[in-house]
Design a binder for this molecule. Structure first.
Ligand code: NAP
Length: 411
């Protein structure tokens, strides 16, 4: 937890993009060298700032190694000075980038919605809550069911096991053979529904072709439905009384709320209307009449997508198409939540694909929004990776705890 505090202590809430890449504080030394060479900021300022960056990086590294309170105190002191310098330097960059004097450099004033840090805080809170539940004799316990072999869900299962164990949730994996019939799977799920030691059930996707995935998911008891996909729980979402809800939708809402911006009266455009993301987000936006913004939902048949995105105070995108939302489709000052996950080729500075040791193109993960362009307009923006993704896992844990509490009738 402290590690994320260390980073936020050094954060100046704005970031620079040099040569099309977002530069974190740990990368400031090289970036500011370049800015000095380009003449964006005076060289004397750079020569005073660089030793401070080195000092800051050294003590942050030392803190990460020995976790000493005294070192943490000196990080805070150095960070205060660091921030003063960053402020001064950003004034120079802001002046120059407004005049578009240097096309390589861009100061972005959008604040990053940091999903990793928020997920860390939520998990920390859940860990304490679970310790408390255990003292009352209640142990949240998640049963995961996997049918057949699937390399992608292997990774997902590994992460599930790690994150559940981190917060103190019991995790058991049930592996059924590839040839399991739908009837056999439904019976197995029913057994888990009746097992009083199991407080949550999750069915790993995808399932083999002989099984109707939706029917299998609907068999999970609403009281153990940690993914919030059972029609009963979806119905509670319509009533605005859901205890559990689809994890990604819930995660996106947590990230949006972390901006602290009041939602009431805002225009929201949700792009994508799937059952697991777009639709539940829209219902959550309408949860309370007193706080509700006004959502518009776009989909594949929407005639003029840009017309809707451009008037959105809050833009939430969950489609799965890299580059769908460009900078000119974003309203000045908007909050942008990018849920999309896309794998695209990694390009070098000249725009050629970067190859791996086997000669195959390397890939990187991006969202649906052209981040660098949207960040110039937005007031808050979530990155991909590191935005909604970590919160999806955190919300699975939260739903699991909610299910355990509801079954044992704990508030
Ligand atoms: P999905 O079921 O394929 O839904 C995509 C939605 O986008 C559909 O409603 C579709 O409309 C709409 N759409 C497609 N093209 C469009 C366009 N050109 N303009 C406007 N709308 C368009 O996908 P999903 O499961 O919701 O996931 C969406 C994205 O989020 C994916 O990239 C996925 O990987 C990512 N995701 C991320 C997380 C996370 O943890 N961060 C979790 C889940 C999903 P129609 O139905 O009308 O075609």
């Amino acid at each position: 937890m402290r590690n994320s505090c260390v980073e936020s202590a050094c954060d100046c809430n704005s970031f620079i993009i040099v040569d099309g890449r977002r530069r974190p504080p740990s990368d400031y030394r090289d970036s500011f060298h370049k800015l000095g060479e380009l003449g964006v900021i005076p060289k004397e300022l750079v020569s005073k700032f660089i030793p401070l960056v080195s000092l800051r990086n050294r003590i942050v590294h030392e803190y990460e190694t020995i976790k000493n309170e005294l070192v943490y105190a000196s990080i805070k002191r150095v960070s205060r000075l660091f921030r003063q310098y960053v402020k001064l330097i950003t004034e120079y960059i802001r002046g120059n980038s407004k005049q578009r004097k240097y096309k390589e450099v861009n100061l972005v004033t959008a604040k990053l919605l940091d999903g990793e840090a928020l997920a860390g805080k939520i998990k920390e809170g859940l860990k304490k809550e679970i310790e408390e539940l255990k003292r009352k004799g209640i142990t949240p316990s998640l049963a995961a069911v996997q049918v057949g072999e699937n390399p992608a869900s292997r990774v997902y299962i590994r992460n599930q096991r790690k994150s559940t164990e981190e917060v103190g949730i019991d995790y058991q994996l049930h592996e059924l053979v590839e040839t399991t019939s739908e009837e056999e799977l439904l019976r197995f799920i029913e057994e888990l529904n009746w097992d009083s030691k199991v407080t949550g059930v999750i069915l790993q996707m995808p399932v083999p072709g002989q099984i109707n995935a939706r029917r299998a998911q609907m068999t999970i008891s609403p009281s153990k439905d940690v993914e919030g996909m059972n029609p009963v729980n979806m119905g509670m979402l319509v009533y605005g009384q859901a205890k559990v809800a689809p994890c990604t939708a819930r995660g996106a809402m947590e990230l949006l709320r972390s901006s602290g911006v009041e939602l009431k009266g805002k225009e929201v455009t949700v792009v994508g209307h799937s059952e697991i993301v777009g639709k539940p987000i829209t219902l959550m936006l309408l949860e309370s009449l007193m706080e509700s913004p006004t959502p518009t939902v776009c989909h594949i048949a929407t005639k003029d997508l840009a017309q809707h995105t451009k008037r959105a105070d809050i833009l939430i995108v969950a489609v799965g198409k890299a580059g769908l939302i460009k900078g000119d489709m974003v309203k000045e000052g908007a909050i942008v939540i990018d849920i999309g996950i896309n794998r695209v080729p990694l390009l070098d500075e000249k725009g050629n694909p970067v190859l791996n040791e086997k000669g195959k193109p390397k890939k990187k993960t991006v969202g649906d929004v052209v981040f660098e362009e949207a960040a110039e307009k937005a007031s808050y923006i979530s990155p991909v990776p590191g935005g909604v993704g970590p919160l999806t896992t955190a919300m699975l844990l939260k739903n699991t705890v909610e299910c355990a509490k509801a079954q044992k009738q704990v508030q």
